[in-house]
Design a protein around this ligand. Structure first.
Ligand SMILES: Nc1nc2c(ncn2[C@@H]2O[C@H](COP(=O)(O)OP(=O)(O)OP(=O)(O)O)[C@@H](O)[C@H]2O)c(=O)[nH]1
Ligand SMILES: [Mg+2]
Length: 591
């Protein structure tokens, strides 16, 4: 099972024999095919650049097993991003066959890539996918003529409904087993013919031959999709979408926590474990570590189940819906002007939004950016000013005891930091940022099964990736607090924690745990009694800007270098203490 943001760095894959490649333009359904053909669920979303590295799985055709590779989408074989370079490398790695997915709603440029692939002289089967959406657009495509023009099998498919899958497998088996014909540069075989012609001209010619408009009436979704791209009514719709999403996540999370999860933890789980442990563990440090105020079986449940889980679940319910419907690229177009002022292009907004779930997939996703400079800016923004959903959940709960103004101020603070970081970096870093070229996908009603699978995959990924570090920090917290070690450490850090930041001594634990996971820089503050609104805000500010968590540090090292990871970690931490301290000192001056 592939975790939700698993990434492969293994170079040996290029040498592997018996590879079948899933190739095609971005956002044409390759990952849906991959999941259906191999049973390995990978994330698919309705925007270009979901897959930025490869995933491999086993495909059985008859009695033979092959390695099927989900390759990142590419518009052409002249790569313009790191993700596209992977696609080109795979085509040059001696695959035995290619399953080329064509988007039936964007025939011309899909055929153009399909023709480019023929130049590699590898057997190809074409899946003419999204035929349901092409029909909705009023198009009829002559599949047998298309197959003749491409001189290869073409199977009409609807990947999300598994339509055409068996036929695809049959055709793949046939082309793999067909004896290879030696072919020089002739003019009669289409592969050679497309070598001689400009592929764009040939793609245009084929499209004109095989496609016919039979219905000119636009469907409701298509009208809505194009209206969302215009400032009116696009901007009001975008604001509505954002407010509604925040409402569901914040309001729904609070409600779930208050009505279901807190009672479950406080009235069922914690009392049960207290009863069990106190029946056989003698009173003393060990019992306190297990079930004391900071006991593993007390804060473990309180923090993970009641504090973080509801927000993570609701975030992914909302975000996956926005991803699969095709709303996100439309928001990117509307916000391109603002993003450009920040030194990045609108399309990168999707990557940054991913960071509100978790910074790791956002940093990996920045591979779709066309320049290194943009990748660095996106990754820095995410590390500095984008709280992951676990941390956001903890912040919402922390501020819930005060006024909603605190949450609004925190959002404004994070947006301002984001602007400052990107403006400074766009001036400091060498290199360029390309103007926005973004593909606007069809507006789709998310497919229930694919949506459900993705949600499961993400929640599973969250549990797998977050649970262990969370438990580690909870054990550290329990040991530090219940053994009295925390009080000793607090003495050394008092000038910073209490003097400069104005926080209670116990807040030291937040700084220690925040190294492991970001939400753990907030959770301990919730347990401190008598915290003032200012202290909550200052503590929240430190947490927001503090060190990226250990997994983020790891991925920064892998994707860039140790130097980049260290630079980002040092700058965020220094900024955290400077900004939060200044807020505290200034507030005391004026209050
Ligand atoms: N209606 C409909 N939706 C589809 C079909 N095939 C795929 N989708 C949706 O199209 C979107 C793109 O699918 P992906 O599998 O992520 O596309 P991809 O080719 O892997 O994209 P990249 O990873 O960006 O290259 C997802 O939201 C799918 O649910 C189809 O035949 N019909
Ligand atoms: Mg994909």
């Amino acid at each position: 099972m592939a975790a939700c943001h698993e990434i492969n760095y293994d170079e040996k894959i290029y040498e592997k024999p018996n590879k079948i490649l899933l190739m095609g333009n971005p956002n044409v359904g390759k990952s849906v095919f991959f999941s259906n053909l191999t049973g390995i669920h990978v994330v698919s979303s309705n925007y270009a650049g979901t897959t930025v590295s490869y995933t491999e799985g086993t495909l059985k055709l008859g009695n033979e097993s092959y390695t099927l590779i989900d390759v990142p989408g590419t518009y052409s074989m002249e790569a313009t991003s790191e993700a596209e370079e992977v696609a080109v490398r795979f085509m040059n790695s001696n695959p035995i066959a290619v399953l080329c997915v064509l988007d039936a709603t964007n025939l011309e440029r899909n055929i153009k890539l399909g023709l480019e692939l023929q130049k590699y002289k590898v057997p190809i089967v074409y899946a003419l996918n999204l035929t349901d959406v092409a029909k909705r657009h009023g198009y009829e495509i002559n599949v047998s003529l298309l197959s003749k023009e491409l001189a290869a099998p073409v199977i009409p498919t609807v990947a999300v409904k598994n339509e055409g899958l068996n036929q695809l497998k049959d055709e793949l088996q046939k082309v793999i087993n067909r004896p290879k014909m030696a072919c020089g540069n002739c003019s009669s075989c289409p592969a050679c013919a497309s070598n001689m012609l400009n592929t764009w001209d040939r793609a245009r010619e084929i499209t004109a031959k095989v496609r016919k408009k039979v219905d000119t009436k636009l469907s409701f979704l298509d009208r809505l999709g194009s209206n969302m791209l215009k400032p009116w009514p696009g901007i009001p719709i975008a604001i509505l979408v954002i407010l509604l999403s925040l409402g569901v996540i914040v309001g729904g999370g609070k409600a779930l926590r208050a009505t279901l999860l807190l009672p479950l933890v406080n009235k069922v789980l914690v009392p049960f474990f207290k009863m069990v442990f106190s029946s056989f563990v003698p009173e003393g440090t060990l019992l306190n570590v297990l079930i004391g105020e900071y006991g593993i079986f007390v804060i473990g449940f309180e923090w993970i189940i009641a504090l973080i889980f509801p927000y993570v679940l609701l975030f992914y319910i909302v975000f996956s819906f926005l991803e699969d419907s095709g709303v996100l690229p439309r928001l990117s177009v509307l916000f391109d002007n603002i993003m450009r002022k920040m030194g990045i292009q609108g399309g990168s907004m999707i990557t940054i939004l991913l960071g509100y779930g978790c910074a790791v997939p956002a940093i990996i996703g920045s591979r779709a950016a066309t320049t290194k400079k943009e990748r660095l800016i996106i990754s820095s923004i995410v590390c500095f000013a984008v709280p992951c959903i676990s941390q956001t959940g903890a912040l919402i709960s922390l501020f819930a005891g005060f006024s909603p103004v605190l949450l609004i101020l925190m959002i404004l603070l994070s947006l301002s930091i984001m602007m400052i970081v990107s403006s400074v970096l766009s001036r400091l870093l060498k290199g360029t940022v390309d103007p926005m070229v973004i593909e606007i996908p069809n507006l789709l009603m998310p497919n229930g099964k694919a949506y459900g699978k993705k949600l499961m995959l993400r929640m599973k990924g969250f549990l797998l990736d977050a649970e262990v570090p969370m438990l580690i920090s909870i054990v550290i917290a329990a040991l530090l607090k219940e053994t009295g070690l925390l009080a000793q450490i607090a003495v050394y850090l008092e000038p910073i924690v209490s003097g400069w930041l104005g926080l209670p001594k116990d807040a030291v634990i937040a700084l220690i745990l925040g190294i492991v996971r970001r939400e753990m820089a907030v959770a301990p503050l919730l347990a401190i009694e008598g915290l003032t609104a200012l202290q909550a805000f200052v503590g929240g500010t430190v947490a927001l800007l503090y060190l990226p968590c250990l997994s983020v540090f790891g991925i920064l090292t892998k994707e860039f270098s140790v130097k980049v990871a260290l630079t980002i970690a040092c700058s965020t931490t220094i900024t955290a203490f400077v900004v939060a301290g200044l807020i505290n000192q200034l507030a005391h001056l004026f209050m």
